[in-house]
Design a binder for this molecule. Structure first.
Ligand code: ZN
Length: 260
């Protein structure tokens, strides 16, 4: 498209991006690294099996989740990019052993990710969408993360957590309309790392269009994985339109998972 046209070198770049996740997984298994942060372009979470979409050519995180599934692992994917990861959701829509949890602005590109989209068949309940209205505050976002994302991922009991780590939900981002601070990514990463065994979390760079926010938020994510959560208790005060959405998500997701 006009923003991100493909050139002959794009194919090689996309192959490297898609292969970087399995490379990170192998390095972690061999004990060669403490954490994996896949800092690649192009990103992946909008790419469908048969169609490039939304700056994405191949779905990097779905490739890695499939790689881990082939080895018999349970994989939880947490997507905190401001956009819904339609390609990732569709990749595992029927799959009970890959959990997909996304927090995203809604309504927004690509238009999917409403709270009633929870997977079908054996995959019912293994897709969780938290569609937040534009302007949702950092505190409300973190409250949703604590109330829904953390308990669902913990109950799913994954061997591995993969994070679609876009940073376009940052307050400084020119495309997104949410209000996260860089330190919030440290908080979220720190909470997730406590759920899986050591060296079993890999973050994949997705969107993020303010370069300073991208840098500080990426650093905060890696710090969170390495040091664990620093900021407790979680904010619990939820107000306005986000509160109603979060209650509705809890009601729907509560059919599959124990939520307070
Ligand atoms: Zn995005």
């Amino acid at each position: 498209d006009p923003d991100t046209y493909a050139v002959p070198a794009s194919f090689a770049a996309a192959l490297h991006a898609a292969g970087a996740g399995p490379y990170a997984v192998d390095a972690l298994i061999r004990g060669e690294a403490k954490t994996g942060f896949v800092a690649v372009r192009p990103p992946g979470h909008h790419a469908e099996r048969h169609q490039a979409m939304g700056f994405c050519l191949f779905n990097n995180i779905a490739v890695t989740a499939s790689y881990l599934r082939r080895e018999g692992h349970r994989v939880a994917i947490v997507d905190w990019d401001v956009h819904h990861g339609n390609g990732t959701q569709n990749s595992f829509w029927l799959e009970p052993d890959v959990l997909y949890v996304s927090l995203h602005e809604f309504p927004f590109y690509p238009g999917t990710g409403w709270l009633t989209e929870t997977g079908v068949g054996e995959g019912a309940g293994a897709t969780v969408n938290i569609p937040l209205p534009g302007g949702t505050s950092s505190d409300d976002y973190l409250a949703a993360f604590a109330r829904i994302v953390v308990p669902v991922v913990r109950q799913f009991a994954p061997d591995w957590i993969l994070v679609s780590a876009g940073y376009d939900a940052h307050v400084s981002d020119p495309l997104g309309g949410l209000c996260l601070e860089s330190s919030d990514y440290r908080t979220m990463a720190g909470a997730l790392v406590k759920i899986v065994p050591p060296q079993r979390i890999v973050a994949f760079l997705e969107g993020g269009y303010d370069l300073d926010a991208l840098a500080t938020s990426s650093q905060a994510t890696v710090e969170g994985v390495l040091n664990g959560a620093q900021q407790f208790p979680w904010p619990s005060v939820i107000d306005g339109s986000a509160a109603r959405i979060i209650d509705l998500v809890v009601e729907g997701v509560g059919r599959y998972w124990d939520l307070d």
